[in-house]
Design a protein around this ligand. Structure first.
Ligand code: ADP
Length: 193
């Protein structure tokens, strides 16, 4: 079973697609954002440490995030493969994940890059804010998250491109259509259920 990443700006639809693709391929979808939000909701120690960071649209320190991923990927359901959503987001996290894979005796199989322009992602995030009231979806925080993404995370795609792993998919369109595009792109690389 494959080891996969889905990358793209906030609002590109990573979370929505990750769940569908993971289900189709029989691997768990692991979203660091979801795990942090769940911990905040349950007021765990981790939740208390990261709550203000998420609200400000900043990144949680690598030390915390890497440990979280290390634990999560060690669970049984991820033994055969995984789809990571929202991780790695920094150069330090890429390096850490490389180490995890080395220990597993595995490599990444593909990196899905979900492409959506800034106007569209801002529109979606504002709509989600009105809808779900996520505390990091205010307009000022959205803008900041996009800046942090462009500065810290977008440049990492070049690393995966150099490794020949990137499957680029247009994220604009109906949810089902985008899922089909991703599955087709992965199948073309030999990644299929
Ligand atoms: P989005 O894709 O809309 O930006 P996520 O749900 O992926 O939202 O993440 C929400 C927040 O969780 C981020 O803004 C950040 O504060 C924190 N976070 C998630 N993943 C990471 C990560 N890999 N490294 C650091 N912080 C993270």
């Amino acid at each position: 079973m494959p080891n996969l990443l889905i990358v793209g700006p906030p609002g590109a639809g990573k979370g929505t697609q990750a769940v569908r693709i993971a289900e189709a391929l029989g691997v768990p979808a692991v979203s660091t954002g979801d795990i942090f939000r769940q911990n905040i909701k349950e007021q765990t120690e981790l939740g208390q440490r990261v709550s203000a960071i998420l609200d400000a649209g900043e990144y949680v320190p690598d030390s915390l995030t890497n440990e979280l991923i290390d634990d999560r990927l060690a669970q049984d359901d991820a033994a055969g493969g995984y789809l990571l959503d929202g991780y790695p987001r920094t150069a330090g996290q890429v390096e850490f994940l490389d180490g995890v894979n080395l220990r597993r005796g595995e490599e990444l199989d593909a990196v899905v890059r979900l492409v959506a322009d800034t106007d569209e992602v801002v529109r979606r995030l504002l709509a989600r804010a009105a809808d779900q009231g996520r505390s990091d979806d205010t307009e000022a925080v959205i803008r900041h998250r996009l800046e942090v993404y462009e500065r810290e995370t977008a440049p990492l795609i070049a690393i995966f491109a150099e490794r020949g792993l990137v499957v680029e998919v247009d994220g604009i369109g109906a949810v089902d259509e985008v899922t089909e595009r991703i599955l087709a792109g992965l199948a073309a690389r030999g990644v299929a259920a």
